[in-house]
Design a binder for this molecule. Structure first.
Ligand code: MN
Length: 233
């Protein structure tokens, strides 16, 4: 048996501190996981900050990763490309119906990520009750810096998460502001799908999301995990 065309390239994220690569299987994202961002997006049902987590996906080949400054093409069909700085959990094991107590055992490491969003297309989809895919899952919409192994960074649950555009701070929050922590996210998601090694989970963004333009340079970081530099071209 032969394939009718060459196998597509395997998306990967570099692992910090060596030459290892983390092979990416799927990309899951959590919506509205910081109360301050939920408010800025107009959510009104956040009285206790614990609306059940909801998830969306990006294709694995939407990933932009590597070392050094990453280059991201301004996408088509939008006039309102937004940045969302996020902590990314990278799984080296999975399963279904994982308990909160054992969920962190699945995590290989953490990366700094950007959930790039065509906000105008997402807003139109919300209005019409349409899927978010074209607002969220377009080419080069999932950005990730190097993965810091848990052996080095542990499981960060507090610490600064920030993003600057052209040297100006746009987003600044703390991981402790997450409505659902990483263990709870993994446990919740594993009740919906069987998680597996290679899955990335973008864990939501704090307040301060805003537009990007060609030529913008982004610097972002998560305390204890690392930093990310990217340019919109
Ligand atoms: Mn997001």
């Amino acid at each position: 048996m032969t394939y009718v065309f060459a196998l597509p390239p395997q998306p990967t994220v570099p692992v910090a501190g060596g030459s290892d690569l983390f092979p990416v299987r799927r990309i899951f994202c959590v919506g509205r996981n910081y109360a301050d961002h939920a408010r800025e997006m107009g959510a009104t049902d956040q009285a206790d900050g614990r609306e059940p987590p909801f998830f969306f996906m990006k294709p694995a080949d939407a990933l932009v990763s590597g070392t050094g400054e990453l280059s991201i093409a301004y996408p088509p069909q939008t006039g309102n490309l937004h940045h969302e700085i996020e902590l990314v959990a990278a799984l080296a094991a999975g399963g279904a119906d994982i308990s909160v107590a054992s969920a962190l055992d699945c995590v290989f490491g953490y990366a700094v990520g950007l959930d790039l969003t065509r906000r105008d297309l997402q807003a139109r989809a919300k209005e019409k009750g349409h899927p978010w895919d074209m607002g969220k899952g377009f080419d080069q919409s999932a950005v990730a810096g190097q993965i810091q192994p848990v052996a080095v960074c542990g499981h960060p649950s507090a610490g600064r998460i920030w993003l600057q555009v052209n040297g100006q701070t746009r987003q600044e929050g703390d991981l402790s502001g997450m409505s659902w922590n990483v263990a709870e996210i993994v446990a919740n998601l594993s009740r919906l799908v069987r998680l597996a090694a290679g899955d990335l989970i973008y864990t939501g963004t704090p307040a301060g999301v805003g537009p990007l333009l060609p030529g913008d340079v982004l610097e972002a970081g998560v305390a204890g995990v690392g930093t990310l530099r990217a340019r919109i071209v």
